[in-house]
Design a binder for this molecule. Structure first.
Ligand code: MLT
Length: 411
């Protein structure tokens, strides 16, 4: 029999969101009448913007003709979309060339796959709590040892973020080769300001580290002191890769489109000690393992940068942020300690005394049929916290708050 990748056996039982899904299905099977409200996984609910829908329709009609038909597209993405993305970066004060952009089917895949570019024993640091994809893909690749009783994999440097340090991760005590950062942060819903991000860029410069910067939630930034892109920070082009997505910005969680930026000057070290372009490596990987995002989807993504598209995206983001505001104030008035939700679509709250994050999950599901995400699912420092997603219809938010306030009476 074929021997399997032994690293998979190190993984915690299941990926976080399927595990939540399993518990919710089990509850629903036992309670078929229950009307469950899902605020666990951050999945959008509003329809795609009209400009996107029109552009995708047009593209489908085009490929339905001999003259307009398209087969394989460029693996890196069509120029029309790469140019639109580069122009948007420029307009917002960051220098990114179209040729540095790799269009993909979403940033979950990109943030999961990027670790392939680094040595099998490259050292990793990440903030904790964290988007589980960063951890699990490094476990799969064999960059870690076993998971300890403290919930940490041996070989990964965990940088704890909690209410005590205002969710600002400390710089690593031992310099790693690769650092994962996410801002605005999933799951804590907090964002790094310019000075904090500058500290990271300077740290990476000093220690020859590469920052993998996930800015999938940049569209939610309202506070002008928070950078939207790491490339707004001087020197970042030599130390950082950035990931972005249309999922949470324009309702593409099911349509699938994201992109990764790798500046031409970003380098790592090859086995013979020579400098190697990470852009060249990713291009090799992308064109070997990926055949490009579909043409209608890329036309839809392009439409988000049109005047109407921008306006419609702004309205959509504003709708979810208003949900987040209602959730913040509603939960606060029930006495919860609440974070995030101002520059991100996630509310991060402390669980009440007497609960841990999974028992609070079970209790909310059982008593009010509201599903959130237990903080411990995002890493050991997430224990004691709980995440609620603001991606919901307004009436769902009101209903969820109403149900919760019956168990946690308003003060
Ligand atoms: C989340 O809920 O953390 C995200 O929706 C997951 C993802 O983007 O893959």
């Amino acid at each position: 029999m074929a021997r399997v990748n032994p690293n998979y056996s190190k993984l915690k039982a299941g990926y976080l969101f399927p595990e939540i899904g399993r518990r919710v299905r089990a509850f629903q099977a036992e309670n078929p009448q229950a009307k469950i409200i899902r605020m666990g996984i951050g999945d959008v609910v509003l329809p795609i913007p009209e400009a996107v829908r029109i552009a995708m329709h047009k593209a489908v009609d085009e490929v339905g003709t001999i003259a307009g038909f398209r087969g394989y597209g460029p693996e890196q993405g069509y120029d029309f979309l790469r140019d639109a993305i580069a122009a948007d970066y420029k307009a917002k004060g960051a220098q990114v060339e179209a040729s540095e952009i790799f269009v993909s089917d979403g940033s979950k895949c990109d943030t999961g796959n990027i670790q392939e570019l680094f040595a099998g024993d490259a050292t990793i640091a990440l903030t904790d709590p964290v988007y589980p994809v960063y951890v699990d893909t490094n476990v799969m690749a064999g960059r870690t040892g076993e998971i300890g009783a403290d919930g940490r994999y041996a070989g990964i440097q965990y940088l704890a973020m909690n209410a005590e340090n205002k969710f600002v991760a400390p710089l690593p005590s031992v310099a790693p080769e690769v650092i994962y950062l996410c801002s605005p942060n999933n799951p804590t819903g907090t964002g790094m300001n310019r000075q904090e991000l500058t500290n990271w860029v300077e740290y990476a410069q000093k220690n020859n580290a590469i920052i993998l910067f996930d800015s999938a939630y940049e569209a939610y930034i309202q506070d002008a002191s928070l950078p939207r892109s790491i490339y707004e920070i001087p020197g970042a082009r030599k130390v950082a890769i950035e990931f972005r997505s249309f999922s949470k910005t324009a309702g593409f969680t099911g349509i699938r489109c994201g992109y990764t930026v790798i500046p031409h000057e970003l380098e790592g070290i090859g086995p013979d000690g020579s400098k190697v372009s990470l852009h060249t490596m990713w291009n090799r990987r992308h064109s070997t393992k990926f055949n490009g995002t579909s043409y209608p989807v890329q036309r839809g993504a392009e439409a988000t940068f049109s005047a109407e598209g921008k306006e419609q995206v702004r309205a959509m983001v504003g709708y979810y942020l208003e949900n987040a505001r209602l959730m913040r104030t509603g939960l606060q008035s029930m006495g919860f300690e609440v974070y995030g939700g101002e520059n991100a679509p996630y509310i991060w709250m402390k669980v009440p005394k007497g609960y841990d994050s999974w028992s609070f999950f079970d209790s909310l599901l059982k008593n009010v049929q509201v599903v959130g995400t237990p903080g411990a699912g995002f890493g050991p420092s997430g224990e004691g916290y709980f995440r609620l997603s603001a991606f919901a219809l307004r009436e769902t938010v009101h209903e969820a708050l109403g149900r919760m306030s019956k168990v946690f009476p308003l003060r």
